[in-house]
Each structure stands twice: as structure tokens, then as C-alpha cells.
Design a protein around this ligand. Sequence first.
Ligand SMILES: [Fe+2]
Length: 288
Amino acid sequence: MKTSALKADYGVEISDIDIRSASPGELQEIVEMLSSHGAIVLRDQELDPEHLVAFTRLLGEPAYNPRKEVTLPGFPDIAVISNKIVDGKPIGDPDAGTGWHFDMPYERRPGYYTLLYALEVPDEGSNTLLADLCAAWDALPEDRREEVSDLVLHHSYAQLASFKNNTLTPEQRRRLPDVFHPLVRRHPHNGRLALRPCFGGCKGVLGIANPAGLELIKELVEFVTQERFIYSHKWRPRDLLVWDNNCTLHRGTPFDKKKYIRLVHRTWIQSPEEHYRDSLNPVMGHAA
Ligand SMILES: [Fe+2]
């Protein structure tokens, strides 16, 4: 196994390893690199859906996909991200994640790790951008840190769905009430602080009336997504990219959907209960 940094102090590319035949010790080493470095890239992996699910389960409990219609038939843990049409029907979600966000902010226990495995990739565009939120917090001026360190964000799946013109099913409405997450969180593995603003379905900041609350989130997203904090992943077929949502915002860049096909399988891991005990409580949310 060889390793090289994706950028200074963030992310590792791991080569010379086939995760289908890796030993338990090698797999453990990969998991440790992910939890220490925020993201990993593994190139040239030949993964069937079963392999992707087995690797995902090494990282924790696979998360529920609220939109069953975009999951891979027979694999409820795998979401299909694609603009491909088969027999006149879309086979997946063509528009996943074009604005900066962390995954599942609308869940009481948001996304921990996200895994993307590329089957088909456009020749140009459709990069995945990852922003290092611990580096962003470290770079925030001291007086600004004091102003924002106790803020709590209000997230809503209903609002996110309405942006995508989707209506909630009764099950989604029951499973996904509004939740409240701290803007600044301590990373559960390495103890570093991460500045985690997120747009996906965010209604605002507790105690700050809109539009000022939403403007503050916009300002902080612009701060954490400066060029100096970003790794841009240029995809090749059979790449497996995994990032840690505790310390990463991400988005996809656009591509020409009339000219190119993108087909990616996504799995994700839900954060453990102990990290998010108070996320339903708007007053206690900041203590999580
Ligand atoms: Fe995402």
C-alpha cells in the first residue's frame, strides 16, 4: 500500500491495494487513515454492489436513503447518481449535491462518511470538491470565532425537498422532523474543531432573524470554501472516494448532461447516537 496526500494536512490517496482481497489489517489501516485525514481516494477498484456495501459496513451503520426511487434495485443502501435513461426512465438522481453541504444535515444523526464509487464519468466537469472545515476553523480570526462558536443551525428536510420540487411522503414527514445542529463541532476522532455551515435545507440560525441569519450562513460558507481549503477530485472510472462529513463540505461541479453520462454509486454512514443526543432540542442543540 502506497500513500500520498491529496493536499497539505487533508486527505490521502491510497494505491497498490485491491480492497476486495485486502487483509483485515490492511482494511483497518485504510479505515484509520480515513478517520485521521478527512478523505481517502482509492483508484482502480473493481467493485460490485456487494463489495461496496461490504466496505461501507466496515465504516459503520449504513444510513437510510429517504428517496427509495433513486436506490439501486435490490440494494437499499446504494443510491444511484446518474443522468442515464434506461427504457425511457431515469435510473438515478441526476442532480445530487451541486451546492455546498454536508450529507444528511436534515437527520438528527447526520452523515458521518460518504462513499462515491464511479462507474462512468464525463471527460470534463463533474469534479467533486471537498472543503477542509478544520483548516477553515483554524484560519478564522479569533474575534470571529468567539462570535460564532455557540451558534445553532435549524435544518429542515421539508424545506430541502421543496427546493427540489418533491412532496414529502407521510413516512418522510414522520421520520424527518426539523433538527438543530451546532455550527462548530469537535471532531469525534481527532478532537479538532470544524466550522460547519450548510445550505441544504437550512432555515436559519437560532436567535438571529432572517435575512441576517441566512446571510451569516452564506458568508461562512464562502469563507470555508475558499480555494486554499479545497481538494478537487477529477474522476476516473473505478475510483472510490470517501470523505468524513464531520470535517468536510462538498459539492459536485456541473457537466454537459447532453454530451456525457455520469454513473456513480453512493453509500453513506450515519453518525452514532452518542454524537447527536440533543439535535431535536433547539436550546440544547449547541451542547451536542
Ligand atoms: Fe452530498
